[in-house]
Every structure is written in structure tokens, then in C-alpha cells.
Design a protein around this ligand. Structure first.
Ligand SMILES: [Zn+2]
Length: 266
């Protein structure tokens, strides 16, 4: 019965995705109604699950010389962080034969308190990376995030100095219209980033979001799903009187709006 324990990464991703999909009557963030809801935040509540998912994403970009990872807030922040960590570990494994002690020239070895702490062959903390060999410095990949401006677009407010001219990968949780992903890409490009691609956990765009749409060479998804998405007026679940789920998605807000409208009309 050994087969039971053999599982491909793709199968494992499916297993995880099946755990976070809920059936019912939901209101999505863009206002559409449908019968399936992916509770993407559930994954990020569990660090090991997040790490597992993000390691899989990272492994698909391991040979692309990624230098910066960016996630659109809120969902992309934790994911970008763990993808950057996984890519850093992959990079370090690649150069594991290079020991930091050997590579720092004798004359450059900093005194204690100079802002670098070296633990065996790993750099634990770096305050001033001028002591660190280029190869190791490049191996450490920063994770940045773009955030929502008042007009709804994504803006890069922090870490601009880390992104200029760098090979940048954007990580998103769920792609529906692709709007926030595109907005995040544009914000990074504005800061001078060289966007090499984007990767999402779940692509629900039914093929609408493509590399061409995003203006990047490569757009990947861990999981592709087809879900029904109706306008509120045409929703068959509403017509059939199926109660709207208020625990997940934007059901409660939708019901509040309807109640407010009814009150106005009275
Ligand atoms: Zn409905």
C-alpha cells in the first residue's frame, strides 16, 4: 500500500484546493453571484500550508533568476513573502558549496558589532550588506507589496529602491477580472521593475486573463477553475430563493445594501 503515500505536487495542490472550496450561494467581491467560493485566506492562516503552496510556485520559477517578489495587498502579501523565502532557499541551496567564511576576504571580515552576524554558512541578519559577497546578496530575494489607493488602484509605496531594474515576479491569490493584478504590475513598472511574470493560486477568469492582458511574458496559475458568475439580477440562485451565505464573501454587505434600498423606498 505504498502508493497511498506517493503524491505528485499537482495532486497535492488539488487536495488543498478541495479543502478550501465551499458550495452555496455567494456574493463575490466584484458583485457577481455564484455557487462556489474559494476561501483563499484559509490557506494563509496556516504557515506550513502557505509554505507548501508557495514552495510549489517558487519551484516553477527557480530558473528564472527572480530578484524581487511582489504581492498585491491583502491576499498577495503573505504569499509573496513565502515565495521569496522559498526562492531564497533554492538560491542558497544552489550555492551551498560556497561558504561565507571562505568567500569573505580576510581584510573584509567585520569586527563584532559591525552589523553582520554569521551563523555557520548562513547569514542570519544583515544590517550592512557591503560585507556580503555579491553572489550571496543576490540570493536573498526581497518580498514587497503593493497596496490599494483610494481610487482602487494598486500602488507601490515602500521598497521602491529594491525594485528598480530588477527581475520581478508578482504573486496573487485569486484572479477574477485580473484588475488588481494588472494594477499591481503597472505600479511596479512605474517604479522601474522588469516584470518577468505573474503567478496566482487560483485563476477564475475563464481564460480572460492572459499574458497579453497583463503585458507580461508568463502568467501561471496553480489551479484553474470554472465557476458560475451571475449578475445579481440574473442570478438563478436568487430566483430560486437559495439563502445567501453571509459567512464567506460579500453576502452580508449585499443583504445590507438591499435592506437599505428597501428602507429608502418605503
Ligand atoms: Zn444570487
Amino acid at each position: 500500500m505504498r502508493e497511498k503515500y506517493l503524491i505528485t505536487p499537482q495532486k497535492r495542490i488539488e487536495e488543498i484546493m478541495n479543502e478550501i472550496v465551499f458550495d452555496g450561494h455567494f456574493v463575490y467581491s466584484a458583485g457577481g453571484h455564484g455557487s462556489k467560493y474559494f476561501d483563499k485566506s484559509w490557506i494563509t492562516f496556516w504557515p506550513l500550508l502557505t509554505a507548501e503552496i508557495c514552495s510549489e510556485i517558487a519551484s516553477q520559477w527557480a530558473d528564472e533568476n527572480v530578484e524581487v517578489v511582489v504581492g498585491p495587498a491583502i491576499g498577495g502579501i503573505k504569499l509573496a513573502d513565502r515565495v521569496a523565502e522559498a526562492l531564497t532557499l533554492i538560491n542558497k541551496a544552489k550555492i551551498a558549496s560556497l561558504s561565507i567564511e571562505e568567500s569573505i576576504e580576510e581584510s573584509q571580515v567585520p569586527e563584532e558589532g559591525d552589523g553582520i552576524i554569521i551563523s555557520s554558512s548562513y547569514i542570519v541578519r544583515i544590517f550592512d550588506d557591503s560585507y556580503v559577497p555579491e553572489e550571496i546578496r543576490k540570493a536573498t530575494i526581497p518580498a514587497l507589496y503593493t497596496e490599494k489607493a483610494s481610487d482602487g488602484s494598486q500602488v507601490l509605496k515602500r521598497g521602491m529602491e529594491l525594485i528598480e531594474g530588477k527581475r520581478t515576479l508578482i504573486i496573487e491569490d485569486i484572479v477574477n477580472s485580473g484588475g488588481s493584478l494588472l494594477s499591481s504590475i503597472l505600479a511596479c513598472e512605474k517604479a522601474g521593475a522588469n516584470i518577468i511574470g505573474a503567478h496566482c493560486l487560483i485563476d477564475r477568469s475563464s481564460g480572460k486573463v492572459t499574458p497579453e492582458f497583463l503585458g507580461v511574458e508568463k502568467f501561471e496559475a496553480l489551479h484553474l477553475v470554472e465557476v458560475d458568475n451571475f449578475s445579481a439580477e440574473e442570478c438563478p440562485l436568487c430566483k430560486a430563493g437559495v439563502p445567501i451565505n453571509t459567512d464567506r464573501g460579500h453576502g452580508q454587505e449585499y443583504l445590507n445594501e438591499i435592506a437599505a434600498k428597501q428602507k429608502q423606498e418605503e
